[in-house]
Unconditional design. Structure first.
Lengths: 370, 284
């Protein structure tokens, strides 16, 4: 076949190959004379061969075949479950089982639920809101009464809304009432787009109710102190910490401590208000994705979350657990007791959503009325 | 030589030229330079050892490996499809050619998120075809095939769009000459067409590769974000950032930026090394 070669720099020539040099160059016959140069296709062949070899070595990387479980969770639980998974694997092996491989997926709670509905093969979900697991149950992937299957509404840990203020608390913020003082700027995301922001809103509402104020007027006043209404909780944290806007960030207790740990506790303080709201991030086995062989592992995994060992890890990772028997007292002491309203006080999530956050709901009325 | 010629044909006074060049340099520094420096500075806030340690974490290694696999599969396939499409469009006359050209450009105009959602809806467990695939143990969405599909969709036009102008410019005369001399189709392709387009092809492949490694939107929808399994580098960066692991996030961002810079350096090096050949090719 015809071979194309490169002669000096710009010149190429074609002809039948007559000889190959040991250095890789080839000699061709153009009919009139013999020419020697680098074959053009040689580069291509070498490239393809290198690529195929590289790809083969990448794909051939060892994939351990173990009893596997996929836990689909939400953003801030990475370190919590990294520790729990290691502890569970040790415990499960000690029971005489093969070493399990626990995989984890993290993202926004709502989009994670959506992914499970679309076929993400999660055996276990550990999300931020019961409503998100309800959505999966609605598609028939688990029983509608899933939340009654494990203790404490299937929530092995809880959290609440607290205030993150700048070091030394220069504006003297102690409770919800201080947030509407002159000159105080509050950072919280938009409750229309952020799940976390709805809790912030409801916590403020609960405080006003318990302190004899008109909750709607109080929440309305509170939102006049919000200079930027970000899309999500993480954006609000960035606004508060990187752009240094605002005097107080309304945040999840576990995320506030996480931010403190990562961003420096010499810059911010945590203030716990007198009243807040109880959040119960629930866990469940996704029945449709569990094979009979996997079921004991999946159920043992969730039950393990309630053991004193796992509860100690939960306290260490800034969530409020239930069982303090093995927890480090310093971890437990971090969480002062406070008056916690629950979502049931608002008639459940579906009702709260309809009354407060749906189009034309109370939030729309107070926010557009500004 | 050519520089002096160019300076003679510009009519603007020197201060105007200086101001224009200065503005362009400033814009580049603000839009490209500063963010790039920030990425590296953020990665190194706790020192190089901490950054390197975060990269040697098994999940980070898996993310880098996955990204390389995705690029290594999708780029050659797109190179082949791109060549085939460009060859068909430029060397043959047929009905619907304009339509085909438009179709090739669709990934440029469609948002990657929409592309990802389309893949989920077509191959997801809730569709008939996707359900059948899952039942037969070959899940596409939330697994490697889906990520490769999404990357390929987004990077599809790069190779074809680079080659088509070169092929149009070169016309069909050389191929026709080879055919009249009795060469087969394959032989014409390997000995005439491929050598002629090799620079445009390389350029397209490098661009395609840079985008395949960096694609976020479409991959985010189909990934499922399983650590160590379906989290590519851009996905890992977002996950780490959301988890307040800023050093780890920016270290990986720095690696991704470095990969892109290496690609660009490679391209520049090739252009410099083969400048005379490139010029000769353009004169064809």
């Amino acid at each position: 076949m015809l071979t194309t070669i490169i002669l000096a720099g710009t010149v190429t020539a074609q002809g039948d190959k007559v000889a190959e040099r040991p250095d890789g160059r080839v000699t061709i016959s153009t009919g009139a004379r013999h020419l020697t140069g680098w074959p053009v296709l040689r580069h291509l062949r070498t490239g393809v061969a290198a690529l195929v070899l590289g790809l083969a070595s990448l794909v051939a990387a060892p994939q351990a075949e173990a009893e596997a479980l996929l836990n689909v969770s939400y953003d801030p639980t990475r370190e919590l479950y990294a520790e729990i998974d290691a502890a569970f694997a040790t415990w499960w092996e000690a029971q005489g089982n093969p070493k399990p491989e626990i995989q984890a997926s993290h993202g926004g709670s709502g989009s994670q639920a959506r992914a499970v509905i679309e076929g993400l093969n999660a055996q276990v979900v550990t999300l931020a809101l019961a409503a998100d697991i309800d959505k999966i149950a609605k598609e028939g992937k688990l029983a509608k009464d899933w939340q009654s299957k494990l203790p404490h509404n299937s929530s092995p840990y809880t959290s609440t809304i607290v205030f993150l203020v700048r070091e030394g608390n220069p504006k003297g913020i102690k409770d919800w009432g201080d947030l509407v003082a002159d000159g105080v700027e509050v950072i919280t995301p938009n409750p229309k787009t952020s799940g976390g922001a709805r809790w912030n809103y409801l916590a403020a509402w609960a405080w006003a109710q318990k302190n004899g104020q008109d909750p709607q007027e109080f929440v309305k006043a509170l939102y006049t102190h919000v200079p930027v209404l970000d899309k999500g909780a993480r954006d609000s944290t960035t606004t508060f910490t990187q752009r240094e806007i605002g005097d107080v960030l309304l945040a999840w207790e576990n995320e506030a401590y996480l931010a403190l740990k990562e961003l420096g506790d010499d810059q911010y303080d945590i203030v716990v208000p007198s009243v807040s709201i109880l959040a119960e991030p629930p866990v469940a086995v996704v029945d449709a994705n569990v094979t009979p062989e996997q079921r004991p592992l999946a159920e043992a995994y969730l039950n393990f979350l309630y053991t004193p060992e796992a509860q100690a890890i939960i306290f260490k990772n800034f969530y409020r657990g239930w069982d303090t028997s093995k927890a480090d007292p310093a971890d437990v002491a971090r969480f002062p007791q406070l008056d916690l309203a629950t979502i049931a006080d608002f008639g459940g999530w579906a009702q709260a959503q309809k009354t407060h956050f749906a189009d034309g709901g109370i939030f729309d009325q107070i926010y557009t009325a500004q | 030589m050519s520089d002096t010629v160019i300076s003679h044909v510009t009519s603007e006074p020197r201060p105007v030229r200086a101001a224009l060049i200065g503005f362009a340099v400033l814009a580049m520094a603000l839009l490209v330079g500063a963010p790039l420096i920030t990425v590296f500075a953020e990665a190194l806030t706790d020192g190089l050892p901490v950054a390197l340690e975060s990269l040697s974490h098994p999940e980070a290694v898996d993310a880098i490996r996955l990204t390389l696999i995705v690029a290594a599969v999708s780029v050659p396939l797109n190179a082949i499809f791109g060549i085939a499409a460009a060859w068909t469009i430029t060397k043959f006359q047929f009905k619907g050619k304009a339509l085909l050209l438009t179709l090739i450009d669709i990934p440029f105009s469609v948002s990657p998120v929409v592309a990802g959602l389309c893949i989920v809806l077509t191959f997801g467990a809730n569709s008939a075809f996707g359900g059948w695939l899952v039942a037969n143990g070959f899940p596409v969405v939330f697994a490697l095939p889906g990520i490769i599909l999404a990357s390929m969709f987004v990077t599809f036009p790069f190779v074809a769009r680079e080659i088509i102008p070169v092929m149009i410019e070169q016309g069909r005369s050389e191929e026709e000459a080879a055919l009249t001399l009795g060469a087969s189709g394959w032989r014409v392709f390997f000995t005439v067409t491929l050598p002629n387009i090799r620079w445009a092809l390389l350029y397209g492949v490098l661009l395609c590769n840079a985008r395949a490694m960096g694609e976020f939107g479409a991959v985010a929808v189909v990934s499922g974000k399983i650590r160590g399994l379906t989290a590519t580098m851009p996905i890992s960066i977002e996950m780490l950032y959301n988890e307040y692991q800023s050093v780890a996030a920016f270290s990986m961002a720095a690696v991704l930026a470095l990969l892109a810079l290496v690609t660009l350096a490679l391209k520049t090096l090739l252009e410099w090394r083969y400048a005379s050949q490139l010029a000769a090719n353009r004169r064809h």
